[in-house]
Design a protein around this ligand. Sequence first.
Ligand SMILES: Nc1ncnc2c1ncn2[C@@H]1O[C@H](COP(=O)(O)OP(=O)(O)OP(=O)(O)O)[C@@H](O)[C@H]1O
Length: 638
Amino acid sequence: MRTPVGACSAALLALVIALALFAPALWGDQASAVDVDAIQQGPTAAHLLGTDSLGRDVLARVLVATRLSIELAVTATLIGVATGTVLGSAPSVLPRWAGRIVTSAVNIAVAFPGLLLALFFAMIFGVGTKGAVLAIGLAMAPAFARLTQTLSAAVAGRDFVAAARVAGVGRVRLLVRHVLPNIGEPLVVNATISAGMALLAFAGLSFLGIGVQAPAYDWGRLLGEGLNQIYVNPTAALAPGVAVVVAGLAFNLFGETVAGVVGARASRPSPLKGSAPAAAAAPAACVGDDRPVLLVDDLHIAFPGPAGQPVTPVRGVSFTVGAGESVGVVGESGSGKSLTALGVSRLIEAPGTVTAARLEFLGTPLLRAPEPEVRGLLGTSLALVFQDPMTSFNPTQRIGRQLAEVSEQHQGLSRGRALDRAVERLREVRVPAAERRARQYPHEFSGGMRQRAMIAMGLMGEPRLVIADEPTTALDVTVQRQVLRLLAQVREGGDGSGQAALLLISHDITVVAQSCRRVLVMYAGRIVEDLPTADLHTAARHPYTRALLAAVPALDTDRDAPLAVIPGRPPEPGQVTAGCAFASRCSFADERCGADEPDPVNVGAVGAMHRVACWHPQDSESRSRTSGVGIKTAGGGA
Ligand SMILES: Nc1ncnc2c1ncn2[C@@H]1O[C@H](COP(=O)(O)OP(=O)(O)OP(=O)(O)O)[C@@H](O)[C@H]1O
């Protein structure tokens, strides 16, 4: 509003609204007073813009018509926005087939010009004010439906929505509580701009005689009447025309100005850094000590590729996480770590597909059990902690409310008791002044604090498994250590929540080595090595694991020598060929590696688990920082 355009549009809009409110009271009598002695006069001192065919004052009529014109435009806009929002959000709550029908109908409707649709509906609803309002409102709906779909899709991909889904929040509630509040701002801005368009459309329909009918009058009707006497008193046609243009401009410019402000705010980087979200929990399902919390056997995750053929970024991943165990997953970017976590959490959306020989959480087969049962189980016993600092919490809700939602949903606690529990949990993760903090919004938290709050959200129940996907990547080293310590305490039950297993995903092998007892090394969608962390530095046998370790500088690293790097890049999911995916970067690779993909085999001592998927697993003795690493040099040699 500080720009000249912003200030002018705000002032114009205020003037239009003031006229709509007060003009009928101030000039209503004058506008309807018939003066047979002054029929179709041009501008005079008594009638500044002349008179119409019954001698009525044109200026007074234009001013008084403001109310009806604005009322109709705003009503049509509200109908358009409401119908569009319902149509746009319906696909996310309806069954898939019904959602597709709605989306296709909207896509077809959007292809027609708005005015054509308005005329079509006007014919259906008949001549008159009501018909015109419905016609223009419904003609606006497809554009708003498309906008809602696009905005919802953007919000639906954010971490706090994923967290809410894992927490078992139903589709309708997800839409109402988490998606719609986050798309409200752009919708309102667009509605303001559309109100200007509606004003023009109304003027058009009334001008054509299928809008407002006599004796009522809006600017379009006055324009039509004025045209009949354009050669006698042109101002009778000009005045309502100018009114339509000025009011339309006021709405449009105001909307554009607000859009500019909103856009600038959205693109401004946050002053806060770090953090993530989580979903969470309640009474833990019962599982025997010897039964794993999570059992993943031959997990595949596929998506349709660009050329129609499926790509499979996760290819036959198998592992288990025992009760209270801490398992780390490491690998380069794109190796499938996050997808594995999403697959396990049942957060892969169509057209993605998840298949597995077995995928069990606390003994429940996640791919076969009924959806409500799975949602209830994950919502009460699984906690997720994500990386992204700004997308982890719903920005429109207070932290305490978001935490409390989990307990309201799953434990049936009242609002007040759920909030008390939220404060208690915030205190447990050492958020200072927890009561006050619970009333704050996510942007009022620092990165590390927000991450703690997300862990607290995971602890609203009693999670049996915490999946933390790069939880510390966005945090500085000190805060990173605090968060890792907190996760360790959660795992050990030291925070009072009971023991939980931890699946920690990181591209940083040192973070995993510090925090986990077992490490899964992923490469190109497969687990290539699975070994105890204690053996990592002494007994890692896959050339890729060794290469990752060699790339980490240590205190005794020769500072004059260049740091070890792994030349080349992992293959994209669509480019994985037969044979070992690491072969092209591995100095030990031979013909067999290029032809056959090795399956993981246990190479550990009796009773110990150490799996390696390699045709040439290296001996423990051959490992050193400079030799036996098994990566090709940048020049391609051994
Ligand atoms: N919805 C999707 N459709 C198609 N491909 C996808 C989809 N989501 C992820 N992928 C691809 O799957 C591969 C693995 O992705 P994933 O996010 O699991 O990697 P990651 O190991 O977690 O890497 P990062 O550490 O960068 O997150 C990537 O190549 C990615 O491009």
